[in-house]
Design a protein around this ligand. Structure first.
Ligand SMILES: *Cc1c(COP(=O)(O)O)cnc(C)c1O
Length: 388
């Protein structure tokens, strides 16, 4: 029998890192002690009180059955209370909150609710790949909004041609940003709301890194801006805030019609998140928040070691105010892939070439702050030893 993939799978962008993966295997086979700064997955454990809540909830048979599609009322209520406390945003628990099996799940599925064949979704470049791929899976066309250094890595909405804006059905944005580590301003969010109203574009703001910030800086919610709730929703996740990437729990909040349509897609695809995980999620959102302060301290210390170190050896890197990424411009004469390749083969350091996040990421590499301070220091020393 002939097994033929769908056009949708065949259309997936080519995998750019085959050669780097091969080099990584080669370096590993030589016995090199690799420092992996490639993956955006916290190396810190989930706080114990959250694990304890899961253990207890897992033992209760009431949690062994299918959960409610849109999430437990208690979890959604905890989300609403958290939004009120953190952002002073009021949410209606019954209609403006939906529980997700990780925010990636919601982001990947939402285009199915709004995109018809050929519709445009405005997607940042570079970006978390799911915006682009979710759009393509719904037979939509992603239109790249380049994130450039001269614009503070915010999309230039005025650069979007009017005929594209008119055809656009959705827009994805993400601040604090992966991979550039940029943060948004209130006036940027205001211009997004104005653009969305003018062109009838549904805004999806991914706020996965809202709690991972430094030097006392507190990123804002898109929903704090006037009118935002009538044009879009915000995706959120417990993954980065509470070191819960493996648990698969997140949520989306905001515009009722958008939340409702996302819920409609989901109710036909999945059957909700395990209730014991939702109960652990409540423990995370409502429990002692000093774990977040400790997380910030840990990454801030690593950030300072890495960025001060890189600057001391001749690079010019700004300290990110949020996220656990450093977005570093490559030196003259390098491409993203070429620099990542040299760091790997000559220093045993894994980084991510910026072009893997979209064409506008060329000329940068992303370094994740996912090893402890000593290892981060060692990474700097190894980079110093490579004459770049
Ligand atoms: C890590 C990350 C997420 C979180 O994904 P989950 O599915 O909630 O684990 C969402 N968006 C971005 C940009 C991320 O980097």
């Amino acid at each position: 029998m002939k097994i033929e993939k769908s056009e949708r799978l065949k259309r997936l962008p080519p995998y750019l890192f085959k050669e780097l993966d091969r080099q990584k295997e080669e370096v590993r086979a030589k016995g090199v002690d690799i420092i992996d700064l490639g993956v955006g997955d916290p190396d810190l454990p989930t706080p114990p009180h959250i694990i304890e809540a899961l253990k207890q909830a897992a033992e209760d048979p009431a949690n062994h059955q299918y959960p409610s599609y849109s999430g437990m009322d208690d979890f959604n209520a905890a989300v609403a209370r958290w939004y009120k406390g953190r952002f002073n945003v009021d949410l209606d628990v019954g209609s403006q909150v939906v529980t997700l099996i990780g925010s990636k799940e919601g982001i990947a599925h939402i285009p199915l609710a709004f995109i018809n064949s050929g519709d445009i979704a405005l997607v940042p470049s570079p970006a978390y790949p799911v915006y682009h791929i979710g759009t393509q899976f719904a037979d939509g066309k992603p239109y790249p909004m380049d994130l450039l250094k001269e614009n503070g890595f915010l999309p230039d909405l005025e650069a979007i041609p009017a005929e594209v804006a008119e055809k656009a059905k959705m827009m994805f944005i993400n601040y604090p940003n992966n991979p550039t580590a940029a943060v948004a301003t209130r006036s940027f969010f205001e211009s997004v709301v104005a653009f969305a109203k003018e062109y009838n574009v549904i805004v999806c703001h991914d706020a996965a890194y809202s709690e991972m910030s430094y030097d006392g800086f507190k990123p804002m919610s898109f929903l704090e801006v006037e009118g935002a709730r009538s044009v879009g929703i915000e995706f959120h996740s417990l993954s980065k805030t509470y070191n819960m990437t493996g648990w698969r729990i997140g949520f989306a909040v905001g515009c009722e019609e958008v939340i409702n349509s996302l819920g409609q897609v989901k109710s036909n695809i999945d059957s909700g998140a395990f209730q014991a995980v939702q109960i652990a999620g409540i423990a995370a959102l409502e429990g002692d928040q000093t774990c977040i302060e400790e997380m910030r301290k840990t990454y801030q210390e690593r950030r300072d070691i890495l960025v001060d170190g890189l600057n001391s050896i001749g690079f010019s890197v700004e300290k990110p105010r949020a996220t656990f990424y450093v977005w570093m411009e490559v030196p003259d004469g390098y491409t993203s892939t070429r620099l990542s390749s040299r760091l790997l083969t000559e220093a045993g350091i894994v980084s991510t070439p910026g072009n893997g996040f979209g064409a506008a990421g060329e000329g940068y590499i992303r370094i994740a702050l996912t090893v402890n301070s000593d290892r981060t220091r060692e990474a700097v020393e190894r980079i110093r030893a490579v004459a770049l």
